[in-house]
Design a protein. Structure first.
Ligand code: GUN
Ligand code: FE
Length: 425
């Protein structure tokens, strides 16, 4: 049985905006789940081993709700255009290379290895349209110990010939092949997810087939929504019968309700779209760095929080230039301040604890009871050694956490990482 205590300075956000800290306390892991935070070890647990972190910070693992594994290779490059041009000039040419299993193995090995070292414990991942390379990525992700959904991308229109799938039938058949292979592998931590790239990339016929596959295998869904103004206009042209962008997904049963669905961005969502997301329980993956890098705009996150939408953070590599979820937290705070200052001064900017919640329990809810140290939550934890950035004074635990996130302690200060109670760093 995997039962033990972690001793240190424990922080989590059981509610949005409410950071709780426990100085020099004991976090109990029983059978891979959290089972309490204690000032002293209760007698009945006295036989459990204690891992003393010597004053380190102990926080829930980060959940990256949206990241593109094949784009990791060109992160930090090509930030000179808006979304549709960026796809044509940078993303699509790179993704074409994943038809070659050797290239896929090389590039995905770097991605998986770096994600393992990062603060991320769970991720919702786009691969490419290639089923074989997607299975290679799933094999590599499984070895990291991280928990992830990995989607073979579907795209049968509006892309270069070398990347576009031949037609809806072949795209659907390849999707079933990848799902079947993934199930045969009996992964513990790695799951398939239905992944229409976005409405411009998928014909109606393909969307219908994906909806059937989704129902048959009871899978979640990931895609992009209302990211960029040019994209929103293109969707109006390609899908004139849809009431709004999200309605196009919904008309195929690929927008929440019976399936867990995460939509990346939602920068330009209309009130009707926001209302539908709320009704259908769709998760928003807020990707602030990407929104800045490809000049998409600033998502109205305060509005989404006030309306009670499900919301988490994503890095959206390579729209986002880094896999660091600490950086995603900082970027979400910075863009919310610009929104408040430049767009609408009646909209309060986010607080650190609100963004921390989005990066942990907010996105974690896509995986179930994840992202908090409340009893019954899965034991995903990071031990952070913030002494790698020495400070001349004693500061509080909450100050230490905020500083560790802003100063990027995830780069060189992750001492230990636990996922479902199993140590993977
Ligand atoms: N919309 C469709 N594909 C993509 C992608 O690869 N990245 C981003 N940011 N948006 C998209
Ligand atoms: Fe994306």
């Amino acid at each position: 049985m995997n039962n033990f205590f972690l001793k240190g300075n424990i922080c989590h956000t059981p509610e949005i905006g409410k950071l709780e800290t426990f100085e020099n306390s004991y976090l109990l892991c029983e059978n891979g789940k959290c089972n309490g935070i204690f000032a002293d070890i209760p007698e009945k647990y006295s036989s459990y081993p204690v891992q003393d972190t010597n004053g380190s910070l102990i926080i829930p693992g980060m959940v990256d709700l949206h990241i593109h594994a094949p784009q990791y290779a060109f992160r930090g490059l090509g930030m000179d255009c808006e979304l549709l041009d960026w796809l044509d000039r940078h993303a699509f040419p790179e993704e074409t290379k994943y038809s070659d299993p050797d290239y896929a193995q090389k590039a995905y090995s770097i991605f998986a290895s770096d994600l393992k070292k990062s603060a991320t414990t769970r991720a919702v991942i786009f691969a490419t349209r290639h089923s074989q390379a997607t299975i290679q990525l799933m094999d590599l992700m499984e070895k990291t110990g991280l928990v992830s959904f990995v989607g073979k991308v579907n795209m049968d229109r509006e892309a270069p010939e070398a990347l576009k799938e031949e037609n809806a039938d072949s795209s659907a058949a390849d999707t079933v092949r990848y799902i079947t292979k993934a199930f045969e592998r009996n992964y513990k931590n790695t799951y398939p997810i239905i992944t229409p790239r976005f409405i411009p990339s998928c014909t109606d016929s393909l969307m219908e087939k994906l909806s059937e596959i989704r129902r048959k295998y009871n899978l979640p869904v990931q895609s992009h929504l209302s990211e960029n103004l040019g994209e929103v206009e293109l969707v109006k042209k390609l899908k004139p019968d849809a009431l709004f962008y999200g309605d196009a997904y919904d008309s195929f049963g690929l927008f929440g309700k019976e399936s867990n669905t995460v939509m990346a961005h939602c920068v330009h969502s209309t009130d009707a779209e926001i209302e539908r997301m709320k009704e259908n329980g769709v998760w928003v993956a807020h990707c602030p760095d990407s929104n800045m890098n490809v000049s998409s705009g600033v998502a109205p996150i305060r509005k989404y929080i006030d309306k009670g939408l499900r919301i988490g953070l994503g890095t959206d590599v390579a729209g986002g230039h880094t896999q660091s979820m600490f950086r995603a937290i900082v970027a979400s705070l910075q863009v919310s301040k610009l929104y408040w200052r430049l767009i609408d001064q009646s909209v309060k900017h986010l607080s650190f604890s609100e963004s921390f919640y989005m990066a942990t329990k907010g996105g974690g809810s896509f995986f179930g009871k994840v992202g908090s140290f409340e009893k019954g939550y899965e034991f995903d934890a990071l031990v952070l050694d913030d002494s790698v950035r020495p400070h001349p004074q004693e500061i509080s635990v909450s100050q230490r956490l905020e500083r560790a996130v802003y100063l990027g302690i995830d780069l060189d200060g992750i001492k230990e990482k636990y996922i479902r109670g199993i140590k993977c760093i």
